[in-house]
Design a protein around this ligand. Structure first.
Ligand SMILES: NC(=O)c1ccc[n+]([C@@H]2O[C@H](COP(=O)([O-])OP(=O)(O)OC[C@H]3O[C@@H](n4cnc5c(N)ncnc54)[C@H](O)[C@@H]3O)[C@@H](O)[C@H]2O)c1
Length: 255
């Protein structure tokens, strides 16, 4: 058993996971629950959220509560976090903010609409702001706490095929660094996690869009063969909220 493999490592911890209905968020919710956490799941997709919660209940380790919420709505997300944290006893130890979207793959600037730009920026960047704002309001600055915002390598260390996506993920990185500085006199850490390409519903749709917008099929086939798994990224996210990871800080490249 390795340093981070202890099944009870997150016992007693309350962990908020956004985007828990699919892909990386679902894998993170399942893994955190399997380590003994009480997992507070948020997603706007009710059917997939219920599946995630069902999987946690069937596994019989950890506890899951959920709320359907739109992360771009201040009223929605503040209410969901408030209700979920109350259900869990009033405290929140960690946040895995995973929810995000990809739109505008391989669309040239001249054809990129303001609607697409705004949808991506508001979901990915404003969503990170709103989730962290209302989650941090429930965290005790004197207790060890962790906020993890999922960005991407795209827009940070490599270009994105989507101008809006690259801008939004670069924005999350800048926001997280600044938030970390603002919280430097507390016991709460802030990380940005930057995954590579992972096989999830988001990535599958993105590759279809790229083909529709004229991408080279051989290039897309190569990407499909090299995708990582949601579980690999989830293991990094859950490592970061493990009490044994107290020495980590800042931006983490994953996958
Ligand atoms: N898949 C990849 O290759 C990859 C690579 C780098 C970064 N990421 C990032 O990882 C995160 C998870 O991606 P994924 O691939 O698991 O995506 P996914 O589409 O499989 O899952 C995302 C989940 O977020 C939810 N969601 C999206 N917008 C929402 C909103 N406005 N309100 C509430 N819930 C919302 C969706 O319903 C879905 O359940 C995203 O932030 C994505 O940008 C993914």
């Amino acid at each position: 058993m390795g340093l981070f493999d202890d099944v009870g490592a997150l016992a007693g911890q309350v962990v908020l996971v956004t985007g828990a209905g699919n892909g990386v968020g679902r894998a993170a919710a399942l893994l955190a629950a399997s380590r003994g956490a009480t997992v507070l799941c948020v997603d706007r997709d009710e059917a997939s959220m219920l599946e995630t919660v069902g999987l946690i209940e069937t596994a019989g380790r950890g506890v899951a509560h959920y709320r359907i919420a739109e992360i771009t709505s201040e009223a929605d997300i503040s209410r969901a976090i408030d209700q979920l944290v109350s259900l869990a006893g009033g405290t929140l130890d960690a946040v895995l903010h995973v929810a995000g979207i990809m739109r505008g793959q391989r669309v040239p600037l001249s054809e990129l609409t303001l609607d697409t730009w705004t949808e991506v920026i508001v979901t990915n960047l404003t969503g990170a702001f709103l989730v962290s704002k209302y989650a941090l309001a429930k965290m005790d600055p004197q207790r060890v706490g962790v906020v993890v915002l999922v960005a991407s390598r795209s827009g940070i260390t490599v270009p994105s095929g989507s101008l809006a996506y690259g801008a939004s993920k670069g924005g999350i990185h800048g926001y997280a660094m600044s938030l970390e500085k603002q919280l430097s006199n507390t016991s709460i850490r802030v990380h940005t996690v930057c995954p590579g390409d992972v096989d999830t519903p988001l990535m599958r749709k993105s590759l279809e869009d790229a083909l529709d917008n004229g991408a080279d099929p051989a290039e897309i086939a190569k990407i499909r063969q090299s995708l990582g798994t949601a579980e690999e990224i989830a293991s990094v996210l859950v490592h970061l909220i493990d009490p044994a990871a107290w020495g980590f800080s800042g931006t983490v490249m994953a996958g």
